[in-house]
Design a protein around this ligand. Structure first.
Ligand code: SF4
Length: 464
């Protein structure tokens, strides 16, 4: 008889500060693993993502249906929920941990040592988790309690992910664009007049960069892609079943690492769409790529600037050093940009902060938005290896979401939130930026309502 594994997805949302992003929603990594279990094992799957902080309440939901194995892929900030569940189900069913917290670097051994996990999936779980479940169902002793990736997805195929079923979608798991978490930039009306929902879509997984503050490459340092045709077929399906008004948020950690793939996907999206879309890219953009993406429906790209200095970026593992060309190209082609930036690094001084701000202002380009986050030493990532307990000022890991200061700096901890808000506000509300928006609107009149809406949302509440 078919057994059932429960994927207890501990993703939380609405727990960050008002106006900040929700977190963990529709995490594509767990959806992928879920699809792999369906494809490569005889197990049935119950995928639960109830957004519950209380393990007891969550456990009641799990107990309301079959559960012969419990799969937990928490993040550092949701591990307390996973641990609570594991404690409740320990000894009743096999407990399997993995993902961006338990599955990276030295974490699998640490997780086992904590005593709640029976097995830990290290790295990608696409084939190792189905294999473990098959072994359990067959009564075979699994080869080890820490199970690393097995290479049984055929790598000679260019697009092994096409073998997998598409994630099951539920309207309530897609996030509404309004009113709770408005997209900072609505699409230009020439592309989508009435955006209503945002849907995450996965074109590729893994990242070949090696940023020391990130866990993504530690899960999968090689990139696997879906074929452009397969992706666009899913978009057509989504459009038909959940449209109109969808905005596609590509969850690929690094969208543009294969130029030919980007061009082909953009062409396919243009042919069957366009499909209003957003993605995260690095600085390897060129004019042909940006134009093709725009024709396919992309209107907004998030770029991980992280630091103002090229040397600092390279030093931290981000080797695509020079952002100027990428931001300039996007402006010239009418593509909206968000620059992601990171402060509150270990030991950061006022002097370093001022130097970063000055270097940011000195850049000969403008992003449309600056988003500032705090550096968070998630368990298992490279930069967290040499930290001492006295380097940490926030010990409650439930708050390690990049929205709270975790590392000790020379700038007082309590000053950072004000600094962060000022940096983001000052970037937008200055003469240079207003000139930038005016120039963009002059070149691309369809962006006027986009910027007007954005600036309205950026205003402090008192001014609205
Ligand atoms: S490029 Fe992005 S996803 Fe890749 S390792 Fe760096 S921060 Fe992580």
């Amino acid at each position: 008889m078919e057994k059932t594994a429960v994927f207890a997805d501990t993703a939380r949302w609405d727990t960050t500060r008002a106006g900040e992003s929700r977190i963990g929603r529709e995490d594509p990594g767990s959806q992928l693993v879920y699809a792999c279990v369906q494809e490569f094992s005889d197990w049935g799957v119950r995928f639960l993502r109830p957004n519950l902080e209380s393990p007891q309440e969550f456990a009641r939901l799990i107990e309301s249906g079959p559960c012969e194995a419990l799969v937990l892929f928490p993040f550092t900030y949701t591990k307390h929920i996973a641990d609570g569940l594991a404690g409740i189900f320990k000894g009743r069913v096999p407990i399997i941990y993995g993902g961006q917290h338990a599955g990276i670097g030295a974490m699998p051994a640490r997780t086992l040592a904590e005593g709640l996990a029976d097995f830990v999936i290290a790295g990608r779980g696409d084939t190792s988790l189905p294999k473990l479940l098959r072994d359990l169902a067959d009564g075979k002793k699994p080869e080890s309690r820490i199970i690393r990736h097995h290479d049984d997805v055929p790598k000679d195929e260019r697009y092994p992910l096409d073998r997998l079923p598409w994630p099951l979608r539920r309207a309530d798991l897609m996030h509404d664009i309004t009113p709770k978490e408005p997209l900072p930039f609505i699409p230009p009306p020439t592309l989508e007049k009435n955006p209503t929902r945002c849907v995450l879509i996965t074109g590729s997984i893994g990242c070949s960069a090696r940023c020391d503050f990130c866990s993504t490459w530690m899960i999968s340092g090689s990139v696997l892609r879906r074929s452009p045709k397969n992706i666009v077929a899913e978009m057509e399906y989504l459009q038909k079943n959940f449209g109109p008004g969808l905005v596609y948020m590509f969850a690929d950690p690094l969208f543009n690492s294969d130029r030919e793939w980007v061009l082909e996907l953009s062409r396919e999206m243009e042919k069957k769409g366009p499909f209003t879309s957003v993605c995260m890219a690095d600085f390897r953009l060129d004019r042909e790529m940006v134009r093709a993406m725009k024709r396919g429906g992309f209107y907004w790209i998030m770029l991980g600037l992280e630091f103002a200095s090229n040397d600092m970026r390279a030093d931290r593992g981000k080797h695509i050093a020079d952002p100027v060309n990428a931001f300039r190209l996007c402006s010239e082609e009418g593509m909206i940009t968000r620059a992601l930036f990171m402060v509150a690094r270990k030991g950061m001084t006022y002097q370093e902060l001022d130097a970063e701000k000055a270097a940011l202002e000195a850049m000969p380009i403008r992003a449309d938005q600056l988003r500032v986050n705090f550096e968070t030493p998630f368990d298992g990532i490279k930069m967290a290896r040499n930290l001492r307990p006295e380097d940490i000022v926030l010990t409650d890991k439930r708050l390690w979401t990049t929205q709270f200061v975790v590392l000790r700096t020379e700038v007082p901890t309590e000053s950072w939130e004000g600094i962060r808000q000022d940096m983001m506000g000052n970037y937008v509300w200055c003469g240079r930026q207003m000139e930038h928006y005016a120039r963009q609107i002059d070149l691309f009149p369809e962006l006027e309502p986009v910027y007007t809406d954005f600036l309205e949302k950026q205003k402090p509440h008192s001014e609205k």
